[in-house]
Design a protein around this ligand. Structure first.
Ligand SMILES: [Zn+2]
Length: 141
């Protein structure tokens, strides 16, 4: 086998002119073209497991999420003005950085925010900052 110098077509050794472009000049074909080797069978590579099948690694931010949820529940009943901001911060950290339990983090953020707002309004009202009519609602007689 030989290679046409002009167009690179593979020609038989007995050809005087390229069977593709008709040029008379040839170069030796590389050794691997002279005797084509059968392709080595490539062992199949096992496909990597799709991401949604394996649970992401447990991180400290997931601990934040669980802590945040517990703190937001406790904050509904006692020392909410202290626990709720902590639960809010931990819940936001757990939601943005943690890979698991994001729904739990959202629940903690919502519970803590509502609880904190209610506590805040009641505290401000008790100290005379907010007038009575602001905190009265549908079920007040
Ligand atoms: Zn040629």
């Amino acid at each position: 086998m030989k290679i046409c110098k002009k167009c690179g077509a593979v020609n038989k050794d007995e050809n005087n002119f390229c069977n593709c472009c008709g040029a008379p000049e040839f170069s030796e074909a590389p050794a691997d073209m002279q005797a084509p080797q059968p392709a080595m069978p490539v062992p199949p590579v096992p496909a990597p497991m799709p991401a949604f099948f394996k649970k992401p690694d447990f991180t400290w931010f997931d601990v934040f999420t669980i802590f945040s949820f517990v703190a937001s529940i406790i904050g509904c009943f006692v020392i909410g003005l202290i626990l709720d901001p902590i639960a809010l911060a931990a819940g936001i950290a757990g939601f943005t950085k943690g890979k698991r339990n994001r729904a739990l983090a959202i629940a903690a953020i919502v519970i803590a925010a509502i609880s904190l707002l209610i506590r805040l309004f009641i505290t401000l009202h008790e100290n005379g900052v907010i007038p009575e009519w602001v905190i009265t609602g549908a079920f007040d007689s």
